[in-house]
Design a protein around this ligand. Structure first.
Ligand code: 6A9
Length: 773
């Protein structure tokens, strides 16, 4: 149930935008920049989809019938990316984020290749021309096209007679003028079409299956009806072929009158000119890959291929979303039940995604890790993505963690996870990226013009970053000076073995057994240190402008990097580890209980029981959270505590494995424990790449700054690095995918496939590029 804002006396703060100019309006994101990024494969949720970065775009996509049959004996339709084993492998082998990509999809014995390329030649207005081509085997492909803006689509005159080059459809739009979509193939193809009135892309495959079924009953053939509903606004073109074939689809826009140059432009975008163009782009991709990551001397071809898939999928997975987030209504409002929500303002988001099949939408803290990789390829893409995220900030300085914008994004997530909670944060990793960019400027990685662009971005971003910092610093602070904890843990639950903390990003990573206001989370304390330090660097960089600041960042930095204070609050001398603090007992278990329901029926349920007496203490779980002071380099190089951390990291009975570092040590009482009957361990043992990258980068740091433990750090660094690379490459060989996380005992990929969000950091590990502090 949506609560209309007028049910309130005034618009609630939580859905009020931050009152400052939008970063996406900066001149640097207009003009040529905007035009060059207008069309793209910005629909990561489908196997192949194209749209423009505008709320109501012309949208195209591809579906095909798989060889497999469902329970009714019908061939399954492939459309939205699935995380099943149906496809042996799929993903972008190359993609440059701007005007070129090549994807391979292995469906049983069929290899489908989709390429995408834009050319500016002859096109007017926004965007270039884009097209794609697919190949190989007896197959029914369905290419569809719709105009979200509701403009009329004209069906081409000879769509059933696809010879030479034919127009599939044409139309006119304010952004691109008159356009035409052409199909060209030298193979023998059979074509059919149908049109629907309502462009329901989420359920399009069902509608197409129905149409096919009706025809099959009539004629015994698997072909569309060649009819369209009155004033159809979505057309589906069926292209069937029995031979290995290449199909080129070309889109031209900005056509003036009866212009004859259309033929010319189509020629240059199909057949052999297209092949040459693709080859050119492929060569350029390779050259840029070499230049950005300078890996060729170091690595074998197998590893290089994984590196290319990492950057290709990261860039190819960038999407454009438009819609309104659902926000949990704050208590003070007239919300009647838990299920009621408010709608955020309609917003666009240009962002990378963690995984196309499982999580094809924006996640706040994932994005910082994504951009650590992306800026090295194209820093302008990074700036615009950062800007889009910061524009989502509300007047309180809060940014919703998970962005589910529009029907297609919504269709990929169970209902109960949709509503965002305004008291919950997510680590400010975007600041890691900003600091990386500033260090890039210091290291003269940018020329003058580029440097000015970054500075003018930061200049405008500054008020938003300040508000963000303030949001954390006030809403997530703990009782004691210099302490913080992730708010929003459920203190009343009798279901969860250890109440989750989704905002930390570590979901089920164990914290104090009994959430209270006395908690202190060592990871958040370190994120706050990073945030303050980053704000400081920005101020220093923008310098001399007499900028009024609301916080004394220097003293915050001093406070949070005070080694003694940190140790007093979080260091356990016996374990030699940094730990959370809170109301805790180790003696909590899930037990089966007979429960009498309201209807008098008795059922058995798994509930949480506390046997021990919780008390305020350090929480003895060693894992990723314990390594934050190490990751953020707060530990002085000469401290014996540094040696302790190195010992912990390399301890095979705790977090070390041949495949990377475990999220939770084997010695933890919650190691690999289910959180409820059905919630399997997630951050309770498995190996995750983002944290391995951060820890590895500190090992690298401590191996080059002077100190007694340099050599020790170097040895561990080298071993961890090669373990990580070897394991990801082995899994890619065996499964065709990069994975969300890796098993702590066997190293096998688990969770989401094509998880080329932060797991793609393996490429920076290959090239040994780490953030400087
Ligand atoms: C799930 C149902 C099939 C969980 O990578 C995105 C996030 C991370 O930010 C977070 O740190 N992932 C990590 O713990 C995946 C989030 C999934 C949320 C909703 C719903 C899945 O549908």
């Amino acid at each position: 149930h949506e609560i209309a804002p007028d049910e309130f006396h005034q618009i609630p703060r939580v859905i009020t935008p931050f009152p400052a100019p939008k970063l996406s309006h900066l001149p640097m994101f207009q003009g040529d920049h905007k035009e060059s990024l207008y069309w793209g494969t910005y629909r990561p949720q489908v196997y192949f989809g194209v749209r423009a970065r505008t709320p109501q775009s012309l949208v195209a996509g591809l579906m095909w019938l798989g060889d497999e049959k469902d329970d009714d004996g019908k061939h399954v339709m492939r459309h939205f990316c699935e995380n099943s084993q149906d496809l042996k492998s799929f993903g972008w082998r190359e993609h440059n984020g701007v005007d070129f990509g090549r994807q391979e999809l292995l469906d049983q014995d069929m290899i489908l290749e989709t390429s995408f390329v834009k050319s500016k030649e002859g096109s007017l207005g926004y965007g270039g021309d884009w097209l794609n081509d697919e190949v190989k085997r007896t197959v029914h492909l369905f290419f569809y096209l719709t105009d979200e803006g509701g403009n009329v689509l004209n069906l081409g005159k000879n769509v059933l007679d696809l010879k030479e080059s034919s127009v599939l459809a044409s139309g006119s739009r304010a952004d691109v003028g008159n356009w035409q979509m052409h199909l060209k193939s030298e193979a023998h193809i059979d074509a059919h079409y149908c049109g629907f009135k309502t462009p329901d892309i989420v359920n399009l495959s069902d509608a197409v299956q129905k149409n096919l079924a009706v025809q099959e009953n009539k004629s015994g053939r698997l072909q569309l009806s060649d009819t369209s509903e009155d004033s159809s606004s979505i057309y589906v073109f069926q292209i069937s072929t029995t031979t290995q074939s290449t199909i080129d689809i070309a889109f031209v826009s900005g056509i003036r009158g009866e212009s004859s140059d259309v033929e010319q432009r189509i020629m240059s975008l199909t057949s052999s000119p297209l092949s040459s163009l693709l080859e050119e782009k492929h060569i350029a991709f390779d050259a840029k890959f070499k230049e950005c990551f300078h890996l060729y001397e170091k690595l074998d071809s197998e590893t290089l291929m994984v590196g290319k898939a990492a950057i290709g999928n990261m860039l190819g997975g960038i999407g454009y979303f438009y819609g309104q987030s659902k926000i949990k209504a704050p208590k003070s409002t007239q919300a009647k039940s838990e299920d009621e929500f408010l709608l955020y303002w309609p917003a666009e988001l240009y962002t990378a995604v963690p995984s196309r099949p499982v999580f094809p939408r924006g996640f706040l803290w994932d994005e910082g890790f994504h951009q650590l990789l992306v800026w090295r390829w194209d820093f302008r893409i990074t700036l615009e993505i950062l800007g889009n995220w910061l524009d989502l900030m509300n007047i309180d300085g809060w940014i919703p963690r998970e962005q589910i914008l529009g029907d297609e994004a919504l269709s990929k997530i169970p209902k109960q996870y949709v509503v965002q909670i305004p008291s919950n944060g997510n680590p400010p990793t975007l600041l890691l990226v900003i600091r990386d960019l500033i260090n890039g400027i210091r290291a003269e990685k940018f020329n003058k013009e580029e440097r000015d662009e970054i500075l003018s971005f930061l200049d405008l971003a500054f008020v938003r970053l300040e508000a963000w910092f303030q949001w954390f610093n006030t809403s997530q602070k703990g009782k004691e000076m210099g302490s913080y904890y992730w708010h929003g843990r459920d203190s009343l639950t009798n279901r969860e073995l250890n109440p989750q903390s989704l905002s930390s990003g570590f979901d089920d990573y164990p914290r104090a057994s009994h959430p209270t206001e006395d908690e202190r989370h060592v990871d958040l304390r370190c994120w706050m240190y990073l945030a303050a330090d980053c704000m400081n660097s920005i101020i220093e960089f923008l310098g001399g402008k007499g900028r009024p600041v609301t916080v004394d960042y220097s003293s915050t930095v001093k406070l949070l990097s005070d080694f003694n204070l940190l140790n007093q609050m979080h260091y356990d001398h016996d374990l030699g580890a940094y730990l959370d603090f809170g109301n805790h007992t180790e003696d909590v278990r899930l037990v089966w209980k007979e429960v009498t329901g309201e209807d008098g029926r008795v059922s058995r349920e798994l509930v949480r029981e506390t046997f021990g007496k919780p008390e305020l203490r350090l929480v003895p779980h060693i894992g990723y959270v314990s390594f934050f002071p190490f990751m953020f380099r707060i530990i002085p190089p000469a401290s014996s505590i540094l040696e302790k951390q190195l010992d912990l990291i390399s301890n095979k009975s705790i977090v070390w494995s041949d495949y990377g570092l475990l999220s939770l040590g084997k010695t933890s009482s919650l190691y690999m424990k289910y959180n409820t009957e059905h919630e399997a361990p997630y951050w309770r043992g498995a190996i995750w790449m983002n944290m391995n990258y951060m820890i590895l980068s500190s090992l690298h740091h401590y191996s080059i700054v002077d100190g007694p433990y340099m050599d020790k750090a170097r040895t561990i660094y080298e071993e961890l690095r090669s373990n990580l690379i070897r394991n990801v490459v082995r899994n890619y060989d065996q499964t065709g995918y990069i994975w969300e996380h890796y098993d702590q005992t066997k190293g096998t990929g688990e969770g989401g496939r094509v998880f080329t969000g932060w797991s793609a950091l393996i490429l920076l590990i290959m090239s040994e590029e780490y953030p400087l502090f």
